[in-house]
Design a protein around this ligand. Structure first.
Ligand code: AMP
Ligand code: GLY
Length: 421
């Protein structure tokens, strides 16, 4: 019997997950809550209106797949899992993302490689620590801060300012009651995501994202301005090592702590420049956005089977995921001004241009208005292309980008996505 899917979230990640799941022979209709201008069957509930989501899922025989961290950390899985099949971690397991000090202590206790750190709840003690060390530092708000609560410091002044902004001016509210001060490392970053049923974890293809707003990785951090898969910076040997010493170890330790992790487990890794040793900079308890878009384009296997077996705890019965060899590149088209102030509701032209079978335009901040699609958020579209090689995938993605417009001075995208690959 076919089943329906209800995807919670409205970003490019959710569009890509729904696109992939809708190709499964086992899936009938994919609903989105609330979805965006590129998705159909959209429900207008908030992503934290758990009772409405629950009623809809029960009535419509849906398996619920949760995209973003907010409903996960607020306990959507705890609240819904008694009555329906839902894919994602409980709020207890989601602490791996919701609290940096929890995640860091967890890694320390379980000998999972992560930069040296200390946590502080007193800003004066945090400042004393900054004065006392010669190391380069990163200051992190403990709680969720929409990707903005991390300051990579060039000097002591940056660190002291970050402590003021996070702990005293409370720029991220209660998320800044505690901070983690971490040793700054230098190297390349890679995103490794696995799908877990609480005991077994099956890795996805590797990906890299481009977090900064401007070319050559400059300017402020964003949710991600583009991505590509696979990453070349991890060899096959070190991939196996990372799976064993980081991903499997995390899943086993979470289970041992009676907080088994079910869902997409994302390790944000830095491969340290001098030693080539991998360190976990952060966990996310969900798919990456925009890493999800190229990963979904490259996935050959039926994702639905893996989600179903994760929920039922039978992932060990499935083979490794299969991938197309072709690399994929996702270029994010954003409103000019993002991540700060930007316009909304510009009409997007060119979405119906002829795009090759290897191109997919995943929507993020868009809204359908009669026959128009309007911009409706900072990151608007994730133009994603598969290519013969990375250079080809890049040129295909940028050719497609050139066909889409909402005003010369209103749209913005990076020109160097995938170049570092
Ligand atoms: P996080 O949310 O902890 O991953 O931090 C966001 C970004 O800050 C990372 O993707 C890195 O670019 C940077 N970052 C975090 N921790 C460190 C670190 N210890 N050394 C260097 N850069 C870091
Ligand atoms: N692209 C980074 C993230 O999803 O957190």
């Amino acid at each position: 019997m076919k089943t329906n899917i209800l995807i919670v979230g409205s970003g490019g990640r959710e569009h890509a997950l729904g696109w992939k799941l809708s190709q499964s022979q086992s899936v009938d209709t994919v609903y989105y809550c609330p979805g965006n201008g590129g998705t159909i069957n959209n429900l207008s509930y908030s992503i934290t209106d758990f009772s409405k989501i629950k009623s809809f899922a029960i009535k419509n025989n849906c398996i619920v797949v949760v995209g973003p961290e907010e409903p996960l950390t607020k306990g959507i899985v705890n609240e819904l899992s008694e009555r329906i099949s839902i894919f994602g971690p409980t709020s207890e397991a989601a602490r791996l993302e919701a609290s940096k000090s929890f995640a860091k202590n967890f890694m320390k206790q379980n000998s999972i490689s992560t930069p040296e750190f200390t946590s502080f709840s007193d800003p004066e003690k945090a400042k004393d620590f900054v004065y006392s060390t010669d190391k380069s530092l990163v200051i992190k708000a403990d709680g969720l801060a929409a990707g903005k609560g991390v300051v990579v410091c060039e000097n002591k002044e940056d660190a002291l300012n970050a402590i003021d902004s996070i702990m005293i001016r409370k720029n991220f509210g209660n998320s800044g009651n505690v901070i983690v001060i971490e040793e700054r490392l230098f190297g390349e970053e890679v995103s490794l995501i696995g799908i877990s049923d609480g005991s077994t974890i099956i890795p996805m293809a590797t990906a890299q994202d481009h977090k900064r707003i401007y070319d050559n990785d400059t300017g402020p951090n964003t949710g991600g301005m583009g991505s590509f898969s696979p990453s070349k910076i991890i060899s096959d040997d070190s991939f196996t090592d990372i799976i064993n010493k980081i991903m499997k170890k995390t899943v086993h330790a979470m289970k041992k702590n009676y907080t088994p992790f079910v869902g997409f487990l994302y390790a944000g890794l830095m491969i340290e420049k001098d030693t080539q040793k991998p360190y976990v900079l952060e966990y996310n308890v969900r798919m990456g956005d925009p890493e999800c878009q190229p990963i979904m384009m490259r996935m050959k296997s039926d994702l639905f089977n893996y989600i179903k077996c994760s929920i039922s705890g039978t992932l060990h019965t499935l083979p490794p995921l299969e991938w197309y060899e072709n690399p994929a590149v996702c270029v994010v088209m954003a409103e000019k001004g993002y991540p700060d102030n930007f316009e909304k509701r510009n009409v997007i032209h060119g979405l119906n241009s002829s795009f090759g079978y290897n191109i997919k335009i995943f929507h993020a901040g868009t809204l359908r208005n009669n026959n128009d699609v309007l911009t409706y958020g900072g990151r608007v579209l994730g133009v994603t292309a598969l290519g013969k090689d990375l250079t080809h995938a890049r040129s295909e993605a940028y050719e497609a980008v050139k066909k889409i417009h909402w005003g010369k001075n209103r749209e913005y995208y990076r020109k160097d996505i995938g170049l570092k690959g």
